[in-house]
Design a protein around this ligand. Structure first.
Ligand SMILES: *Cc1c(COP(=O)(O)O)cnc(C)c1O
Length: 458
């Protein structure tokens, strides 16, 4: 008999989580104005809001904390992180930042000016936020297959090279400061980008003289999928694949709260010293001196160790198999999802789950509320509320996909928790026709409204 899959770690420390009653959850979600970001963590049993900064550090990472050097300038922790970034990712210059969006803020302060165009594959919401905040425009060139959850495609995160070349030829090149490749493509459902696509985008970028920046939060998961799915990579190590991937980038931004498995942290990697120097000026204004940039020494140490662990096959295999486990359990209940399953999360296709709720009533948010009420499971809406309003017309933007995301923190929950979540969502699926109406917005912020929006049930 073939041995079953088992995680390549054991648990040394545990944290208690609390169950609640249906009546309690009714009260709490009402008090939270039907925005799951407003819930207290103790009001949640299984928290799949995000995999960002919610993972469990290893014993080696915790021990690195004790070795942190908190010197203001030139700390050994800075050099440890610098070495890890150069050795594992291949970027000789870097700036630490407190998280991923801070890396975007610093880099885009140099590169993005009013009226500019930034093409890429489904820019992440903070990335788009930082582009639009500077009165520039993000153009999504992702392949069409990404928007059809029924269609099987190994690399739904890919850029459509024709769409990209059209952007590169439609605008003056000095208006295009960079192409952003998001690996994995978070907004399309944690979908990977193939090595071939990264290579071809790089070739196109050389033809037009535009730099390529990787938004790299889940680069290691991307490498895992390349190993599993792309011809020629099965026998290569994750670290070798990662090195090749980044050979096609001029710079990178990183939210270390994802694949570097720390609770807080980020950085920018540069190949070009000149760009690094320009960005350093903004790094110092926004984040801190170049050798700590918003991070404490101990956190830089844990990050360096996390980069090493996060690019080991066994770490990734445990993680991605757990995501697939949740997906396969949900499949048994007939729950419609983005497939193939992504790395960090399962994305439920709400247009197929609640087809009778009109888009104006925010069906994905409606489902996230129902799942919370059912079992105290917190998911997040990736739909029209997140898509926000058009910055010019101020009309609601209705994206092609209305999704809820069940993001799985790294090394945190067991498969029993996944089973619990699957049954909870399966129960909601069974009673889906009893959900008659959605929600209405009462209050919203002018940008990135999903974090603070206040809602009412219809
Ligand atoms: C999380 C994330 C970011 C932003 O990083 P933070 O650490 O949350 O600020 C940017 N891009 C992608 C693809 C992400 O997943």
């Amino acid at each position: 008999m073939q041995l079953p899959f088992a995680e390549s770690f054991k648990i040394k420390m545990v944290e208690t989580i609390q169950k609640s009653t249906c009546q309690e959850r009714e009260q709490w979600i009402k008090e939270a104005k039907y925005n799951l970001f407003n819930l207290k963590s103790e009001q949640v049993f299984v928290d799949l809001l995000t995999d960002s900064g919610t993972g469990a550090m290893s014993d080696k990472q915790w021990s690195e904390l004790m070795l942190g050097d908190e010197s203001y300038a030139g700390a050994s922790s800075y050099y440890k992180m610098k070495k890890a970034i150069n050795d594992i990712l291949g970027f000789p210059y870097f700036l630490p930042t407190h998280q991923g969006r801070a890396a975007e803020n610093v880099l885009f302060s140099v590169l993005v000016k009013e009226g500019m165009i930034v093409p890429g594959n489904s820019h992440f919401d903070t990335t788009k936020g930082h582009i639009e905040f500077r009165k520039a425009k993000a153009i999504d060139c992702t392949i069409d297959a990404a928007f059809d959850t029924n269609q099987r495609h190994d690399f739904k995160g890919n850029v459509d090279l024709e769409k990209l070349e059209k952007v590169l030829t439609s605008y003056p090149l000095e208006k295009i400061p960079m192409i952003i490749m998001t690996i994995t493509n978070n907004s399309a459902g944690g979908q990977p980008v193939s090595m071939q696509n990264l290579r071809e985008v790089h070739e196109l970028s050389r033809k037009y003289g535009v730099r390529v920046v990787f938004d790299s939060a889940r680069f290691a998961e991307n490498a895992y999928f390349i190993k599993q799915r792309e011809a020629g990579y099965a026998d290569k190590s994750i670290k070798a694949i990662v090195k090749e991937m980044f050979s096609y980038a001029d710079a990178m931004t990183m939210s270390s709260k994802k694949d570097a498995i720390v609770n807080m942290g980020g950085f920018i990697g540069f190949k070009d010293e000149d760009l690094f120097k320009q960005a350093s000026v903004f790094g110092i204004i926004f984040e801190g001196f170049v050798t700590y940039g918003g991070m404490s020494g101990r956190d830089m140490n844990a990050l360096a160790q996390g980069l090493d662990e996060g690019t080991e096959f066994d770490t990734l295999d445990s993680r991605i198999q757990q995501t697939a486990y949740l997906g396969n359990q949900l499949k048994k209940f007939g729950v419609p999802m983005q497939e193939p399953f992504g790395g960090h999360a399962i994305f439920v296709d709400v247009k197929r789950f609640l087809p009778h709720i009109p888009k104006e009533e925010f069906p994905a948010q409606t489902l996230a509320i129902e799942l919370y009420l059912e079992a105290g499971v917190r998911a997040v809406e990736i739909g029209a509320i997140l898509a926000d309003r058009d910055p010019v017309t101020r009309e609601n933007r209705y994206p092609d996909l209305e999704l809820i995301r069940l993001a799985i923190p790294r090394r945190t929950y067991t498969n029993n928790h996944m089973e619990y979540v699957a049954v909870a969502l399966g129960n909601v699926f069974e009673r889906r026709n009893e959900i008659k109406r959605g929600v209405k917005i009462l209050k919203e912020a002018p940008i990135m409204r999903h974090f603070t929006v206040e809602l009412e049930r219809l």
